[in-house]
Design a protein around this ligand. Sequence first.
Ligand SMILES: Cc1cc2nc3c(=O)[nH]c(=O)nc-3n(C[C@H](O)[C@H](O)[C@H](O)COP(=O)(O)OP(=O)(O)OC[C@H]3O[C@@H](n4cnc5c(N)ncnc54)[C@H](O)[C@@H]3O)c2cc1C
Length: 250
Amino acid sequence: MPDDAVFVGVGAGLPSFLGVPGENLGGVYSANEYLTRANLMRAFDFPNYDTPIVHGRNVCVIGGGNVAMDAARTAVRLGSERVTIVYRRSRTELPARLEEIHHAEEEGIVFSMLTNPVRFEGDGQGRVSRIVCQRMELGEPDASGRRRPVPVPDSEFVIESDLVIVAIGGGANPLLTRTLPGLALNKWGNIVADANGRTSVPGVWAGGDIVTGSATVIEAMGAGKKAARDIHRWLEEEQAASRPAWVAAS
Ligand SMILES: Cc1cc2nc3c(=O)[nH]c(=O)nc-3n(C[C@H](O)[C@H](O)[C@H](O)COP(=O)(O)OP(=O)(O)OC[C@H]3O[C@@H](n4cnc5c(N)ncnc54)[C@H](O)[C@@H]3O)c2cc1C
């Protein structure tokens, strides 16, 4: 009779990339890496901490969510002269919270809307120096209900940029989920779990971003609490079922 339980809460920290040419040039970071270096590894306090980070003069942050705003505002604090948010839809569709957008604007961050990177170009020494972008216009709504961005023909233009931060979301790291036989995943690679966090594998619970996709701290904490209660219940039931009849009766 199994009497061990495992809770999987590994988050959804695998960054997505655009998949355009030049994305592997030096000076192109995922928001995860940039923010981890700047904050967690304390690059902001260099040289007291020895974490290197690129200090760009002209910074572009690709994406329009809260993480993009965090990255852009961090670049301002690290001394960048010009920080531009590059977003492929219009202001109406910006997924970041209004307060975040407002604070970013207050700090002088520029918004380049209806703009999509086509490729990154280097300075000849392996470092990014500019982004070739394309103007977009909004077409019919897509599956998310938001109007789909459609490229405007012959509309390429250049943004000079010596630091690019890609903040277009992330997904589940497949290392753990794919190596646990029988674990049901949805089409995005997130673990399928019920309201109490039970997965398709008996004795394995999951919660937080690895189940919901990128969400919020409060939701992850709630999922953890629900799963803890359910695990407690399950362990008690398992133990009760495995007790000899004379112990259960006494
Ligand atoms: C830049 C940024 C800003 C955010 N701002 C906000 C905000 O303002 N408010 C808000 O509510 N939410 C915010 N979020 C979202 C929030 O951080 C997440 O929704 C929340 O942290 C999810 O919690 P979690 O426990 O599921 O995963 P995480 O907090 O990601 O924790 C997962 C942990 O598991 C560890 N791990 C991964 N794989 C393994 C493994 N194989 N073995 C052992 N350990 C492993 C990771 O190192 C990590 O410590 C933000 C997210 C980002 C990226």
